[in-house]
Write a protein that binds this ligand. Structure first.
Ligand code: CU
Length: 266
């Protein structure tokens, strides 16, 4: 090669003579595959054919199926309404229809097939996020107070006195803090609960005629509404109001004030 650069007049002949046979040999053996690789689409290259299709593709399909199953089960568990069930059904139907369309269209270009498949995978993997809400009620900090929690005040109450849709008393005044409600259900088929979840009051559901105890936490002054949760009973008048007065108090402080051990509130 150094000779060709130094000897000007001879070099063109030598170069042409040496290069010509080299070019003739190389295009058939070496150059042509390179030309094919750069010219053919990515998914038709040898490595793709050899490894992606038999190895990666089945794995991807398995992962997609697992993700889909998890997502759909999550979808069905997530909400109480029928919207999520309908969404899940629509997605499943779309998958079936899409698969039918794909199999019925053999003349589709391979690139379009790949695009459609990727699109379906994206839809599948996002299926579970369509539903709004959680399968369990979100934690509202501390859990509801049990009947064994000590309270600083006690209220005696009668539910459904004389069979009426009422509480007696229907209106009462307390101080902020923990209040123990001793409710005498003198007629079956009634309950008691507070509208305000921050009272941490555990709904009282008696078995027939029964006296039950519940503890409510009133963290600040204000009105707290209690009612019978049986449909129609509150509208019929089975409700009442607790007027809480006094300084705001934290649950921890209220529990301590009532003599509860520190771990009781947790
Ligand atoms: Cu009732």
């Amino acid at each position: 090669m150094t000779d060709t650069t130094t000897e000007g007049p001879e070099s063109p002949v030598e170069v042409a003579g040496e290069a010509a046979p080299a070019e003739v040999e190389s295009p058939t053996g070496v150059v042509s595959p390179v030309g094919e690789e750069s010219g053919t689409p990515f998914w038709q290259r040898p490595y793709v054919e050899r490894f992606l299709v038999p190895l990666v593709l089945p794995l991807a399909v398995v992962v997609a199926v697992v993700v889909y199953v998890l997502n759909v089960s999550r979808l069905f568990l997530a909400t109480h309404g029928s919207a999520s069930v309908m969404a899940g059904s629509v997605i499943t139907a779309a998958i079936l229809i899409g698969a039918a369309v794909l199999s019925a269209a053999p003349r589709l270009r391979r690139s379009s097939l790949v695009l459609v498949t990727v699109g379906f995978l994206l839809v599948l993997s996002s299926a579970g996020w369509i539903s709004v809400g959680t399968s369990e009620p979100e934690a509202e900090g501390p859990s509801e107070l049990g009947p064994d929690v000590k309270a600083t005040q006690v209220v005696q109450m009668v539910a459904a006195p004389g069979g009426a849709f009422a509480f007696a008393p229907a209106e009462l005044e307390v101080k902020t803090g923990l209040v123990r409600f001793e409710v005498d259900f003198v007629a079956p088929g009634h309950t008691m609960d507070f509208h305000e979840p921050e009272t941490l009051f555990a709904e009282l559901v008696p078995q027939g005629v029964q006296k039950l105890v519940g503890v409510a936490f009133f963290g600040g002054p204000g009105d707290y509404a209690f009612f019978c949760t049986v449909p129609g009973h509150e509208a019929a008048g089975m409700k009442g109001v607790v007027h809480a007065t006094g300084d705001p108090v934290s649950l921890e402080q209220a529990l301590a004030d009532a003599g509860n051990p520190p771990a009781a509130g947790e």
